[in-house]
Ligand binder design. Sequence first.
Ligand SMILES: [Zn+2]
Length: 212
Amino acid sequence: MLLLCVLAGCARPAAAPVVREPLPTPPRWYVILDAGHGGFDAGASGVDTGVKESELNLQVALLVQAALEDAGARVLMTRTDGGALGDTKRADMARRGQLLLTEGADAAVSIHMNKFSDRRVRGPMAYYQAGAAAGQALATCVIDSLTEALSLKSRLANPGNNFVTRVPACPAVLVECGFLSHAEEERLLQDEAYQKAIAHAIARGILAFLEG
Ligand SMILES: [Zn+2]
């Protein structure tokens, strides 16, 4: 009889499954994102359009922030508006330096746009602090991700000596997204879809380094 009952579907209904809210997981990674320049310091300017590097840096940095946060990372931005971090270059750099030293950061990434006298030169570049092995590994992940996303020949990360890669205690990279002296790139760097492609590639490169 019992068998019949089970077959007929008249067994007591199973208790409703207990739905448990997943415990909130703390962010796995903490990334400092620096949009280069700002305010009185516009950085480079587009040769054809006069666009300010500081504005493009912020636009791309905000897109990188969104991509990293979507991936579950915590992000500290050195700036989120057009202003500088101080009234003078010295004050700005001092504040930026403090933020770049934020405790617990896993990586520091500074976003810039390039410019060169030879207008044929184009493409992204990634600078690490010369001699910093972890910085070189981070910069390599970022430039590999960028060249892949833009279907460019692979290029090496470049050793350098920049404030934003020298100061942080964590691995650091300065990303030059492209050249404001190259006519097509100057136009593309102002295009939202292109900015997004670059930002997502930078975020993927950062995560590849952190998870590698
Ligand atoms: Zn710059």
